[in-house]
Write a protein that binds this ligand. Structure first.
Ligand code: GLY
Ligand code: MN
Ligand code: MN
Length: 445
């Protein structure tokens, strides 16, 4: 199993920080992911659960981490698959409990098939159990069973916890703020993802299928050490660019259309998330160019606005204002800008939010509001800035020349002490840069 390039101390520090925040007498349970079936006898590639990986760096299926602050026999206990020569012939090497202790800096480790026997013993005497309540029915049931087992031994002196505590807010607040080491990986994920978009621009030509352009992106990821994308790549030519979660990628690309590509690699569990929109034949039409420059102007202004203290929603509101104003100027919307915003009329063209947190999950964890208020940006947060405009091919309310144009421009931005650092800057986005890059690629074919 490939190990993280992050030092073991980084994982130990994360566990220590989480343990310091647990309620007094608390114990935390963090389960890893299991294999999932795709169809008969075929499994999806294994992807460890992000919370679990964040705390362990351990990427085998069916493991469980238990954190027991203050326990003299070891505060960090891992349950994992035991060594099994027969199974390892079929499914590959297992680290096993001894290896886990040796290589992952954990205090104790046991085969996962002993968990039902051992967990009640670990729970006994703890005041609260902290875990992601309600997110996994099987886990909820197991916690109930473990609690029942502790209670059944009350007459022998066992003491069951008196409260269940939701672990997610504590853990996700930690994940929201990226360390220097994490930022290093995210810079690299941004760079590799950006270069993949350059490759797609260079390889694009009419007649290519969307999935073939997707393959160029996947090829670049793999050749740069990223086996898989962070999410299913979206490659939408023409009106397919107006379908926000279009992942079928099955149509041929046509001259005269734009193609929207939303794709990012996953590097050691950290995601890139970039969208570029460019002309299939390398030339923007006048309508495409006008809408594109409106989205780009908006995106640049929003990135400019990113800095500590600015409220999450302020940046989104700026995008709504600029896009609505621009749509009125181009004649796609009619009326007073403020009214169009108040009534939500702009949503016909801009129906998603400006962005989201980015990290180990592409839509990363962390609250957007704190105590009912939009939260201020702080150094160490990473967010996407991704305004878009989508004119449905069926929109009878606009002139036909605008219909079927879908544009999004998305970058990954680290909030720094003084502003924002664009992690995905290596993917060109001005009309001139894109047209030049594509012209050069055509010449050298
Ligand atoms: N790729 C998913 C998103 O941009 O939110
Ligand atoms: Mn995104
Ligand atoms: Mn995206």
């Amino acid at each position: 199993m490939m190990k993280s390039s992050l030092p073991l101390g980084e994982f130990a520090a994360r566990r220590a920080r989480l343990m310091a925040q647990l309620p007094a007498g608390g114990l935390a349970i963090v389960p890893g992911a299991s294999m999932r079936h795709r169809n008969r006898d075929v499994e999806y590639p294994f992807r460890q659960d992000s919370d679990f990986y964040y705390l362990t760096g351990f990427n085998e299926p069916d493991a469980v981490l238990v954190l027991l602050p203050g326990r003299s026999d070891g505060e960090t206990v891992l349950f994992c698959q035991g060594r099994d020569p027969e199974m390892e012939i079929w499914n590959g090497y297992r680290t096993g409990p001894e290896g886990a202790m040796q290589h992952y800096g954990l205090d104790a480790a046991h085969p996962v098939d002993e968990i039902d026997k051992r967990l009640p013993e670990l729970i006994d005497g703890r005041r609260s159990i902290c875990y992601s309540i309600g997110s996994d029915e099987a886990l909820d049931n197991r916690v109930r069973q473990w609690l029942k087992a502790v209670r059944s031994r009350a007459r022998q002196g066992a003491v069951a916890p008196t409260e269940l505590v939701m672990l997610d807010p504590l853990l996700h607040e930690l994940r929201l703020f990226k360390s220097e080491a994490e930022i290093g990986l995210m810079r690299e994920a941004g760079r590799i993802s950006a270069q993949a978009h350059v490759r797609a621009m260079q390889q694009c030509r009419p007649g290519l299928f969307e999935y073939q352009l997707e393959a160029e992106i996947s090829h670049h990821f793999a050749m740069n050490g990223c086996h898989l994308p962070a999410y299913s790549s979206i490659v939408g030519g023409g009106a397919n660019g107006c379908i926000l979660h279009y992942t079928e990628n099955r149509d041929a690309l046509c001259a005269g259309d734009l193609v929207l590509i939303d794709a990012g690699c996953e590097l050691e569990y950290y995601a890139g998330d970039i969208t570029r929109t460019f002309p299939v034949d390398g030339h923007f039409s006048p309508e495409q160019k006008q809408l594109y420059e409106l989205v780009l102007r908006t995106q640049l202004a929003c990135i400019e606005r990113v800095k500590p203290g600015v409220l999450w929603n302020e940046v989104h509101d700026l995008s709504v204002h600029m896009l609505t104003e621009g749509l009125v100027a181009l004649g796609l919307l009619e009326g007073d800008v403020d009214t169009l915003i108040e009534t939500g009329a702009y949503r016909e063209f801009y129906m998603h939010r400006l962005g989201h947190w980015l990290g180990m999950d592409v839509h990363d964890v962390g609250d957007y509001r704190v105590e009912g208020e939009w939260r201020p940006l702080q150094p160490g947060m990473v967010m996407t800035v991704e305004p878009g405009l989508y004119v449905s091919p069926h929109n009878e309310g606009v002139e036909p020349r605008w219909r079927g144009i879908g544009i999004r421009i998305e970058d990954d931005v680290l909030v720094t002490e003084t502003g924002g650092e664009v992690l995905s800057a290596a993917a060109p986005k001005s009309v001139a840069e894109i047209e030049q890059l594509m012209a050069k690629a055509r010449q050298s074919r």
